[in-house]
Design a protein around this ligand. Structure first.
Ligand SMILES: Cc1ncc(COP(=O)(O)O)c(C=O)c1O
Length: 419
């Protein structure tokens, strides 16, 4: 169920849902089936949230595909597990993260960002970047506020905004030579009166990086319009010959840096990440961990600490392997006449839908049914998303090759079909 909470009919629709009347409408019963009678208990957040979109996407992931080109976590193993040992401490972990992990994060940021965040007051350990994003949105945004994001953007940003009934203001973007390009006028227009700007460099789904000079100008605009910046940097170490720069270099007082161990260290299953921000911005996130969330599992934090003890070169083999896969897939796409720019970072190609297909979701559904091959439809990545597929290159070589062959065969068969 999803009711547009900014529409004029929202108060009426909400009452209908609360009173149980809405559950009796044939369309609602068709959509919700046996769940319909429970609709009256749902909070406003759920009534207005992205439920149907998540449902449609969720169907693609109901069972594992034989050839999965939707993956978001590479397979490399760098954690020296033998050093983890047994954890005999029975107490809850410290609310804001193990002090030694926060100190190690601060040190890592000092080396990568050239800035010092105080481990005590300015660093918070979270359940992956997802948790950090959720805490940030809940800390600073109210229903009816506006937040700005580039089209396309990581789909979780818009889901969170929808759940919170915050208006998403999309700024169209494209990738040129590996860098994010957009119209400055459009960005400035979108920023007026908004509260938060999402940046994600390198980006999911395109891999595009923001140039330092653009970040400097964005920082100036954020200052002018008094906006906070959420900088999602989860792909910052997964670059191929490029260097990721953080907006914190230009707007430290208004930037929340979010990062994770899921991507660089392939630790997604352990759910650990962090936020680095000025103490006054971190405070509300800390309050939420104490009041309504939970500290991160101690074992996960200790695994993360082991990662930060590794030399920088520990990720070189993983990067080299991903780069080789990227180059291979770039060649294949090129040979197939599919104009998708090769990313300088991240794990994905953002591929335009072949002509004749009206929707990426429908394309992905049919591909899965016919070839047991899964790609991520771009549908929820922004207004332009449903005209794109996100094809990941993290799968092992054999699956990547076979998956690609199946994707290509499917799209050629479809192209040959009479209109
Ligand atoms: C841009 C971006 N941010 C955050 C996440 C979620 O990361 P985590 O596993 O740390 O929650 C992802 C995962 O795909 C991502 O692509």
């Amino acid at each position: 169920m999803s009711i547009d909470s900014t529409a004029w009919y929202w108060p009426v629709a909400r009452r209908l849902a609360r009173s149980g009347w809405m559950s009796r409408l044939p369309r609602v019963r068709d959509a919700l089936g046996d769940h319909a009678p429970y609709l009256r208990y749902y909070s406003d957040e759920i009534l207005a949230g992205p439920g149907p979109r998540l449902g449609a996407m969720g169907k693609l992931f109901q069972r594992p595909a034989a050839f999965d080109l939707s993956g978001a976590v590479p397979g490399h193993q760098v954690v020296p597990w033998e050093r983890l040992g047994r954890d005999d401490v029975p107490a809850y972990p410290p609310a804001f993260g193990l002090p030694e992990l926060r100190a190690a994060v601060s040190e890592r940021l000092r080396r990568s960002h050239g800035r010092v965040w105080d481990p005590q007051a300015e660093i918070l350990i979270t359940g992956g970047a997802s948790h950090a994003l959720q805490l940030t949105v809940d800390s600073f945004l109210n229903p009816g506020d506006a937040a700005v994001l580039f089209d396309p953007s990581y789909l979780f940003f818009a889901y969170l905004l929808d759940l919170k009934r915050v208006r998403s203001r999309w700024v169209a973007s494209r990738m040129e030579d590996g860098f994010l390009r957009f119209e400055w006028m459009a960005l400035e227009q979108a920023l007026k009166g908004a509260k938060l700007l999402f940046l994600n460099s390198p980006a999911n789904p395109t891999g595009a990086l923001l140039r330092p000079e653009d970040l400097e100008r964005i920082a100036w605009l954020a200052q002018r319009h008094d906006l906070l910046i959420l900088s999602d940097e989860v792909y910052d170490q997964m670059t191929y010959g490029a260097t990721a720069v953080s907006p914190a270099a230009f707007a430290p007082a208004r930037t929340l840096v979010v990062n994770s161990f899921s991507k660089s260290f392939a630790l997604a299953a352990y759910r650990v990440g962090y936020v680095a921000a000025p103490a006054g911005l971190l405070k509300p996130l800390q309050l939420q961990i104490v009041g309504k969330s939970a500290p991160v599992c101690r074992v996960s934090q200790r695994a993360a600490l082991l990662c930060l003890g590794l030399p920088d070169s520990a990720l070189d083999p993983a990067r080299a392997e991903l780069r080789a896969k990227r180059d291979w897939l770039a060649g294949e796409l090129d040979r197939a006449g599919w104009p998708a720019p090769a990313p300088h970072a991240g794990f994905y190609f953002w591929v335009p839908l072949p002509p004749g297909h009206p929707s990426a979701l429908a394309f992905a559904e049919t591909l899965l049914a016919r070839e047991d091959t899964l790609v991520m439809p771009g549908t929820d990545f922004g207004p332009s998303g449903d005209r794109h597929l996100r094809v990941s290159f993290v799968a092992p070589w054999d699956l990547l090759r076979d998956g690609w062959a199946r994707l290509l065969r499917f799209s050629r068969q479809e192209a040959a079909r009479p209109a």
